[in-house]
Write a protein that binds this ligand. Structure first.
Ligand code: FE2
Length: 228
């Protein structure tokens, strides 16, 4: 096993350990752990994929450096060590149905790396994804849903979320967010980049449907002008 594979393996283990310690914090953590327990995540099953860097490396480096919550330090340390070993990709318009309007902010700076999943740099799985997800500062990730049930572990200090048509609420580093299949959700990012662990438990090839809300322009303006 190479040093690179060791670093990726350590990152996966740090994430799993956090989830195990927070089993009851959100619905979906148990389901995620059950799925993980059914997989062979041993070193000998690990893939060896050439790394792929990103044009957003500076934002990513800052996002990782900003993870200061003590209970997330092991994940932060492992992520920092493995950052240049991973395959970083951006979502682009092709990932969404024709005409889906994710907004300029999302297209400008979104990034992810799959640690487990189809074409992942850690372990292959045909219908489960676990990885790292990042958005640039002052971004609205517009309301959307998908058939894949989704779990987020927020690593950055503060991020705004709303579910269905509910009120915005801020969540701290270490919080867990569960989006059941088909449930609408949106995220807004303030001054620091947003970075998280994300999991899609099944239906990973389901499409992401953007759900129009008439306040997007207002929120995007508020974020740009720093009034939010
Ligand atoms: Fe989502």
């Amino acid at each position: 096993m190479t040093d690179k594979q060791h670093r990726i393996q350590a990152l996966i283990q740090a994430i799993v350990a956090y989830l195990e310690a927070h089993r009851s914090d959100a619905p979906g953590v148990d389901l995620t752990l059950d799925k993980l327990a059914s997989m062979d995540l041993s070193c000998r099953q690990q893939r060896d994929v050439p790394p792929q860097g990103t044009r957003h490396d500076q934002v990513l480096t800052q996002a990782i450096a900003d993870i200061t919550e003590p209970k997330l330090l092991e994940i932060a340390k492992c992520l920092s060590a493995a950052k240049d070993d991973l395959v970083w990709r951006e979502d682009n318009a092709q990932f969404y149905p024709p005409g889906a309007d994710l907004g300029e902010g999302y297209i400008k700076c979104n990034l992810h790396s799959l640690l487990i999943g189809a074409d992942a740099c850690g372990h292959h799985h045909p219908d489960f994804s676990l990885g790292i997800f990042m958005l640039g500062p002052r971004t609205l990730y517009r309301d959307h849903n998908h058939d894949a049930p989704e779990l987020y572990l927020n690593l950055s200090e503060r991020s705004g979320w709303r579910f269905r048509s509910g009120e915005w609420q801020d969540y701290p580093a270490g919080s867990l967010i569960w989006n059941a299949a088909g449930e609408p959700h949106a995220t807004r990012v303030y001054d620091l980049p947003f970075i998280s662990v994300f999991v899609w438990l099944e239906n990973v090839s389901s499409r992401c449907n953007v759900i129009p809300f008439d306040d997007w322009a207002e929120i995007e303006q508020g974020l740009a002008q720093k009034s939010i």
